[in-house]
Write a protein that binds this ligand. Structure first.
Ligand code: NAD
Length: 909
């Protein structure tokens, strides 16, 4: 079977309100009021036939393998080049294979249907398998003309082939006549039109019925075999009359889109055909006729495969994506029909070096960059050396196409001074998902459509025209998609997860939900009793695996015990054997053995700690090794409100659960540089662990599904959270954290305080007002050792007046406490940025202090700050710890020695 295997369409976003033409030119041509209804599509200033054709083909190739395309025809009467194959530019822009045939089919409005018919016959003749047919037109007319109202700009694309055919080609019939209702002479910009009545009566209403009649006879069908009738006709009344003459009931006739788009020349029969395919059901017969110096008539039968076609924009999507304008002058300027002064800046040389265009054709026309074979980093442009500083390998770049990679706005500007046909000129940095970025012009947008982080799609557009040499230069621009500004969906492409204790309760839900999103899951469960007693059973894990497979997911069962190191190792090995690795680990397996403290015998204590705490260690350790190797990992630990807040009768369980929080706090630091994120969930949900502790109605509400969403998010690659604890219960979600109060220093940090002094300062010690989270133990200890800075202004004026940095260093020797410096040997280097900054060093040795401007040779500790912040710090208005954690104070070298500064120097108030 041969026929259409895919389709696509492109109608420019801009629509001109036809009334705007009348409003501007009605004084001159009052008769155009008769046709001034509705709107016509119009190209943006950077669009032409070729850019529209590329857009339609990209739509058509959605979900198709480009490598199978072995021919491309471009059909149009308005090709940008008369002698430079336009289909060749299309092929380069789309990065189609080099070994294909390309051709321009032109000089008639029938070019679209003729191109399609030719492709069908070539595939039928078996010399080629998949031919792309793109048709596009952007026709010009003189201003204030009926045809200016009637015409529109647009493109359609069809893929012709012999596999996965959605509309089978059944036959065609053509008639050819040198019928000159209009013509465009050599070098002319506009068509010369003959009388409309003659075109209607001698042209449309004779050739279309003749070709259709010939086709019906040739393949032995009647109008009863046709459910969709497609033929363009400029005149609405004539269109209806011809349909009637053909015997086609009005509901079979596809709308000409006159009111909403206008007639798009050689593209129009194919554009209407795409609209017909969008509405068609399997079994429908479609009649397609293209008029122009004769007529081509083709018949197709729609197949079941049409239902499987991936989503695309098509005619429907193109029509929905619109911006109507009422500014006729804009229409004229965008089409270069008026030439306002562009200023001297507009005179920049535009000559293209054909040698460079040839050498860099993939990069410039095809938006092809590079991707490092060794580290996988994409970059644009492609270079000899990988941009990844950790890689830097030479000659490892493979071609990498950026045109279809999702991207977002990183920076942008609206420039009113740059030369632009449509100011402000909007451009900025575009960041591609997975890596790679470049500065791009933005198009099809207003400044208000741009926001950092918004998604953009790349579009092939005209970058400049070299009018002197008749050359159009093309490149790729970014089109902001404010409507699609939502973040991408939570993704797990190709990931492998281990969920321990996944045979029931929460673990089962996690496994099912992960599998639904394409994760390959190792469903681990020992299948023991609630208190961990018994030999275990394979049934719980097997049941969950069966459920996953029944709904099309991938999973294997594993029955190993997390409580032993061998068990943990075996679980991870199972993932490696079945799926090649592990990316996600949810430590969820758990048991309960509740007893009040005095009844908590060692075996109950041990059993619970062994499953929860040791169990998480046993599985995480081998999994962490795989993740580290891969440079990716997501781990979720399971804690509990019992551990975080306490619960009567659960000393064993609370200890184990809080132990897991400590485990996470350290592992988050060890995993950080390998992109291993680790978080902890504190769920509340109905399961066998809670069935006898929750009242029945509460038990009913607490579905484990409420917990799955947050756990899956924590496992996803989009999630950058690490080292955090989250409560989750029946739709409630919150973060729990360990906070540290501001505290106080007693006895200047030197004199040991008595219990009485502690008691007297209890309010300050006990207060958590202004408490904060601390990222790691070192930071915590530093914050404890940094005494609150003196409140008074320091004496730091270099010459009287306000204190300055230089003055502070001048006063350092005075502020030096020689007694505190006994036995200390340290050199501090200060690097103070800002207008009042500079470099100073302070060397402390043998209880003496030497201060000097410039850089020390081997500083022990280097302190970097902005001048303002430094003055604030010395004045006691900025807390040292706060400055450090907020990044205002950077310490290099021996961090611990920086704490000496406060002890060694005391600025007097
Ligand atoms: P559950 O009993 O339904 O599920 C736990 C699963 O772990 C069971 O299928 C069990 O067979 C399995 N398991 C037990 N020991 C194992 C071992 N040694 N090796 C392998 N598998 C083992 O309970 P659930 O409520 O779904 O609990 C899941 C996790 O959530 C547990 O860690 C639990 O402590 C924690 N948690 C649950 C709640 C809640 O409200 N349900 C609250 C806080 C914490």
């Amino acid at each position: 079977m041969i026929g259409i295997t895919s389709y696509g369409a492109y109608i420019p976003r801009l629509r001109l309100n036809r009334m705007a033409i009348f409003q501007a030119m009605g004084w001159f041509a009052p008769a155009i009021i008769m046709v001034a209804q509705g709107e016509r599509s119009m190209c943006n200033h950077d669009e032409d036939t070729l850019t529209m054709a590329v857009a339609a083909v990209r739509d058509c190739l959605a979900g198709r393998d480009k490598k199978t395309v072995d021919g491309a025809y471009l059909c149009s009467t308005t090709l940008p080049f008369a002698d430079r194959q336009n289909a060749g530019i299309l092929k380069t822009a789309l990065n189609l294979q080099d070994a294909i045939i390309t051709a321009d089919i032109t000089s008639s409005l029938r070019a679209g249907t003729t191109g399609l018919l030719t492709a069908l016959e070539v595939v039928q003749g078996k010399s080629r398998k998949n031919i792309l047919v793109a048709a596009a037109d952007k026709r010009e007319t003189r201003p204030a003309y009926f045809y200016e109202m009637w015409f529109g700009d647009g493109a359609a694309a069809l893929l012709v082939g012999n596999k996965d055919v959605i509309a089978e080609f059944k036959g065609a019939y053509s008639v050819s006549y040198d019928f000159v209702d209009h013509y465009r002479g050599k070098g002319a910009s506009y068509d010369y039109m003959w009388e409309e009545r003659w075109l209607r009566e001698e042209g449309y209403s004779k050739f279309i019925p003749e070709a259709v009649g010939g086709l019906f006879k040739k393949i032995g069908i009647t109008m009863d075999d046709v459910q969709k009738v497609v033929f363009p006709c400029l005149f609405q009344a004539e269109h209806r009359a011809i349909a009637k003459k053909l015997g086609a009931a009005p509901e079979k006739v596809i709308d000409t889109m006159h009111e909403i788009c206008g007639e798009t020349g050689a593209a129009h029969p194919l554009l209407m055909f795409v609209a017909a395919l969008e509405q068609a059901k399997p079994g429908d017969g479609i009649l397609l006729a293209g008029f122009g110096q004769g007529c081509d008539a083709l018949y197709f039968k729609v197949t079941d495969a049409i239902a499987k076609l991936p989503a695309r924009s098509g005619v429907k999507g193109s029509l929905e994506n619109k911006k109507t304008i009422d500014n006729y002058m804009k229409f004229l300027k965008f089409r270069n029909l008026i030439q306002p002064e562009m200023g001297i800046r507009g005179e920049a040389p535009t000559q293209t070096a054909m040698t460079a265009l040839w050498r860099k054709r993939k990069m410039l026309t095809g938006l092809v960059g590079g991707k490092c074979r060794d580290c996988g980093t994409p970059q644009y442009p492609k270079m000899d050396i990988c941009v990844n500083p950790k890689c830097g390998h030479v000659d490892t770049q493979e071609d990498y196409e950026f045109a279809d990679v999702p991207a977002r706005i990183k920076t942008f500007t609206g420039d009113l001074l740059a030369v632009s046909v449509d100011p402000p000129s909007i451009y900025g940095m575009v960041q591609f998902e997975g890596g790679g970025r470049f500065m791009a012009d933005f198009t099809d947008c207003e400044l208000a459509d741009c926001k950092v982080g918004f998604p953009v799609k790349m579009a092939f557009r005209r970058r400049f025209t070299d009018d002197e040499r008749g050359f159009s230069g093309y490149f790729w621009k970014a089109v902001p998609q404010p409507g699609a500004a939502a973040l991408p969906e939570v993704r797990f492409d190709g990931r492998v997860a281990i969920v321990t204790g996944a045979g029931a309760g929460l673990g089962r839900t996690y496994a099912l939900e992960l599998a639904k999103r394409g994760v390959k899951v190792v469903v681990n469960d020992l299948g023991g009793a609630r208190d961990g007693a018994g030999k275990g059973s394979r049934t719980p894990a097997d049941r969950v695996v069966k459920e996953i497979r029944a709904s099309g997911g991938e999973a294997i069962a594993n029955y190993d015990n997390v409580a032993t190191p061998e068990g943990g190792e075996k679980i991870v090995q199972a993932a490696i054997r079945a799926f090649g690795g592990v990316d996600i680990l949810i430590n969820n397996a758990g048991i309960l053995r509740d007893k009040s403290f005095l009844k908590m015998e060692p075996e109950n204590w041990d059993a619970v700690l062994t499953v929860h705490l040791n169990g998480s260690y046993n599985v995480t350790r081998p999994a962490f090794a795989v993740m580290k190797e891969k440079g990716f990992g997501r781990i979720v630990m399971t804690t509990s409100a019992s551990g975080l807040y306490g619960n009567f009768g659960q000393t064993n369980y609370s200890s184990a659960k809080m132990g897991l929080v400590g485990f996470m706090n350290t592992l988050k630091l060890e995993g950080a540089k390998y992109n291993i994120k680790i978080n902890t969930i504190a769920p509340v949900a109905a399961s066998r662990l809670t069935e006898d502790v929750m009242p029945p109605d509460m038990f009913q509400r607490m579905q484990p599904d409420f917990i799955a969403g947050i756990v899956l998010y924590l496992c996803s690659e989009n999630c950058s959270e690490t080292g955090a604890i989250f409560n989750a219960a029946a739709g409630f979600y919150s973060r729990a954290a360990i906070l540290t109060g501001p505290g106080t220093i007693l006895g200047g940090g030197e004199k040991i305080p008595t219990p009485e002094e502690i008691r007297d300062q209890w309010a300050k010690i006990d207060s958590i007002e202004g408490a904060r989270e601390i990222g790691d133990a070192n930071t915590a200890i530093m914050s404890f050792l940094t005494p609150p800075a003196p409140k008074a202004e320091p004496a730091g004026e270099s010459g009287g007046g306000a204190p300055d940095v230089k003055g502070i260093f001048a006063k350092m020797p005075e502020a030096f406490d020689a007694a505190a410096a006994a036995g200390k040997d340290v050199v501090f280097q200060f690097s103070i940025s800002g207008p009042g900054g500079g470099d100073w060093f302070v060397a402390v040795k043998d209880a003496t202090c030497k201060v000097g401007a410039g850089k020390a040779e081997k500083p022990t500790t280097t302190i970097k700050m902005a001048d303002g912040d430094f003055l604030q710090l010395i004045a006691g208005k900025l807390d040292g710890m706060q400055a450090y954690t907020s990044g205002k104070l950077k310490v290099e070298g021996d961090i611990m020695k920086s704490q000496l500064i406060a002890k060694l120097f005391k600025f007097k108030s």
